[in-house]
Design a protein around this ligand. Structure first.
Ligand code: HEM
Length: 214
């Protein structure tokens, strides 16, 4: 980043931005993992999935949760992307430094920018699809997944879980709450676990008999 830009920034403003990035990121991380558990109820059968969806609707949790998630995605995206190397020259310097330093944490930030932008696009498509056929029902979700959404959702699953876990790693390292190596192992196991759960749920949706449900 150019020296002038760095010097022009107010430290108080930057501290607020860091806190907003931290809390919206943690909120989205918790949402994503609970969302995966909710989606995985399809493994127990369409009735369990529908009961869950109905409960979210009846207690107005969806009506509070969905706007909050959308707002958190927008705010988190805008705040986090303020530091991205947008200009070609900045990007070239960043890649050059990362290569020279050859340090995992510098590359982790790069991974966050790329996966973050992909999540923004894929999550927007996913939320739009979900809202356009509201209310949520197993038959509608299965139909969507069998008619082409499988690969999009699998990509979103993979990218969002990587983004969430690398983000958590960076938060913990930044605020010095962890022993890096010990914790990385547990984060990798958790990521594999949630990706496996989401993948199994997608496969169950893919083979669900939609006609039998409607
Ligand atoms: C950043 C990632 C994601 C966001 C922000 C997101 C957001 C949402 C929201 C807001 C809903 C509405 C219902 C609710 O309150 O739970 C929903 C529904 C749903 N989501 Fe996600 N989701 C994400 C990732 C995923 C992934 C990775 C999968 C699949 C493995 C998935 C599968 C579903 C399914 C099956 C539904 C039910 C409605 C439908 O079929 O569209 N979601 N999602």
């Amino acid at each position: 980043m150019y020296l002038q830009e760095t010097l022009a920034k107010s430290p108080r403003w930057e501290a607020w931005m860091e806190l907003i990035e931290l809390f919206t990121g943690l909120f989205l991380l918790v949402f994503l993992q609970f969302h995966m558990l909710a989606v995985a109820t399809i493994i127990l059968g369409p009735a369990a999935f529908n009961r869950d969806a109905l409960m979210l609707d009846e207690y107005y949790l969806s009506y509070i949760g969905i706007p909050l998630v959308i707002l958190a995605i927008i705010v988190h995206g805008l705040v986090a992307l303020r530091k991205a190397p947008w200009r070609y020259k900045e990007m070239a310097i960043f890649i050059q430094h990362s290569r020279r330093l050859a340090h995992l944490d510098t590359w982790a930030w790069f991974v966050q920018i790329i996966t973050g932008m992909a999540v923004l696009i894929l999550a927007a498509i996913h939320i739009w699809n979900t809202l356009s056929t509201w209310p949520i029902e197993a038959a509608k979700s299965a139909f969507r997944i069998q008619s082409g959404s499988f690969s999009n959702l699998f990509l979103l699953l993979l990218i969002a879980e990587i983004h969430a876990m690398v983000g958590l790693y960076r938060i913990l390292v930044k605020w010095s709450w962890i022993h890096r190596q010990k914790f990385t192992k547990w984060l990798v196991y958790a990521t594999i676990g949630f990706v496996a759960l989401g993948f199994i749920a997608l496969v169950v949706f893919y083979f669900l008999d939609v006609k039998g449900l409607t």
